[in-house]
Design a binder for this molecule. Structure first.
Ligand code: LMR
Length: 393
């Protein structure tokens, strides 16, 4: 008896599978526009200087590797919540769990919703990050989609989005990208967030935010507008938060889950349930990345350095968007949408065949949906990419 006879091979991950293909490619001029991590002008991985500085302090300060509490380090959690939701958030209605990256927070929230019979359906944007659907279905939620972005016109599908959300069964959850929508780079304006909040309240829909790019689109205090606004407006809000990108702590798996509850009593009960989900899935969170974040965010000088350093990253991305549009224009191609998009990503609108042509003919790698990571472009490879893009059949 072969116990594994029933196992069928799973598909390769659309983002990390592509990364493996990039790493294995031998062509020296290869370009990685795939996995969402920040790169320098020299196209190198980047550790923020303030993160390195905090890490040195962490190595001196902590002499133990003892378990953290199930919900994580409370000071780290409080600082993360302050950054994401603002200083004025009602702390009595706030539950915080330190998580294994942003993905861990999404899964924690999904399991919490199912186990406590809060809802059975979640609506996600079309398109979205490819990990969203399997994360929610694996937890047992039914996943439906709402129109969000038109890859031909590069525009937000605002009216169709609202019409679709209005038709959802009451008490469905709605997954919202707080800023720097992945994969489109197309965000709602502040007035659109306000209108959306009213419609979701009227239709009794539960907001579940995913925030992985705070500070990459606009200043941190602006990129969190939607999260702050909804926290004050709704009886219940869920948030999955990641420090992978804005602290560059990718492999340290440093994230948080926040829940805004209706009142302190229900929030306390919800917190106790969140702890059980964490305990039965990974027990308690890793400490290293959280210690670094805590070191930075509890020190005024280092916090300022962090704000300055993320600004430099944000500015580099915005500059590359501008330069790229100019160079495409010089080739007679209108890519003005590219400059308006926010954060690391843009959906190019390229077909699967064109993406494959770019990989095979030009060694320019991107996922099959045509999403590009703008941080993979610099003044060094910009002309090469523009030439390849503008020559596509
Ligand atoms: C991405 O979208 O490329 C990143 O969030 C990395 C990942 O986990 O997919």
């Amino acid at each position: 008896m072969n116990w594994l006879d029933s196992v069928i091979e799973a598909p390769v991950d659309p983002i990390f599978g592509l990364n493996t293909r990039f790493v294995e490619d031998k062509r020296p001029h290869k370009v990685n526009l795939g996995v969402g991590s920040y790169k320098t002008e020299d196209l190198q991985s980047y550790i923020m200087p303030v993160v390195l500085k905090a890490e040195q302090l962490v190595l001196k300060k902590y002499i133990d590797k003892e378990y953290l509490p199930i919900g994580g380090d409370p000071i780290y959690g409080a600082k993360a919540a302050e950054l994401a939701l603002g200083k004025d958030v009602d702390k009595d209605r706030l539950a915080i769990i330190q998580t294994v990256g942003g993905e861990g927070a999404l899964r924690l929230g999904a399991e919490f919703l199912i186990r406590n019979n809060i809802c059975d359906t979640i609506a996600i944007s079309d398109p979205t990050w490819p990990n969203h659907p399997p994360t929610f279905t694996s937890a047992g939620l039914k996943v439906v989609t709402y129109p969000y972005h038109d890859k031909e016109t590069h525009q937000l599908l605002w009216e169709p989005m609202l019409e679709s959300l209005k038709k959802l069964p009451k008490k469905s959850a709605v997954l919202l990208h707080a800023c720097c929508h992945n994969p489109s780079g197309c965000d709602l304006s502040e007035s659109q967030w306000i209108e959306l909040a009213n419609i979701m309240l009227e239709h009794e829909l539960l907001p579940f935010f995913d925030c992985a790019y705070q500070g990459f689109g606009e200043h941190e205090s602006k990129d969190n507008f939607s999260m702050r606004y909804f926290a004050n407006k709704f009886p219940v809000v869920l948030y999955a938060y990641s420090f992978s990108k804005n602290f560059g702590l990718y492999a340290e798996r440093t994230g948080a889950f926040f829940l805004i509850g209706k009142n302190p009593e229900t929030t306390k009960k919800a917190y106790s349930q969140l702890l059980t989900v964490a305990r039965y899935s990974y027990s308690n969170p890793p400490c290293h990345g959280a210690r670094i974040v805590k070191e930075v965010l509890t020190d005024e000088i280092m916090t300022k350095e962090w704000h300055d350093q993320i600004k430099a990253m944000r500015d580099r991305i915005a500059d590359m968007r501008k330069v790229f549009v100019q160079k495409m224009k010089a080739k007679g191609v209108d890519w003005s949408f590219f400059q308006a998009d926010k954060g690391l990503f843009t959906l190019t609108g390229l077909s699967k065949n064109q993406v494959e042509e770019l990989i095979q003919e030009h060694a320019i790698f991107m996922p099959a949906n045509g999403r590009i990571n703008v941080a993979g472009i610099s003044h060094k490879n910009c002309d090469y990419i523009v030439d390849a893009f503008s020559s596509l059949s």
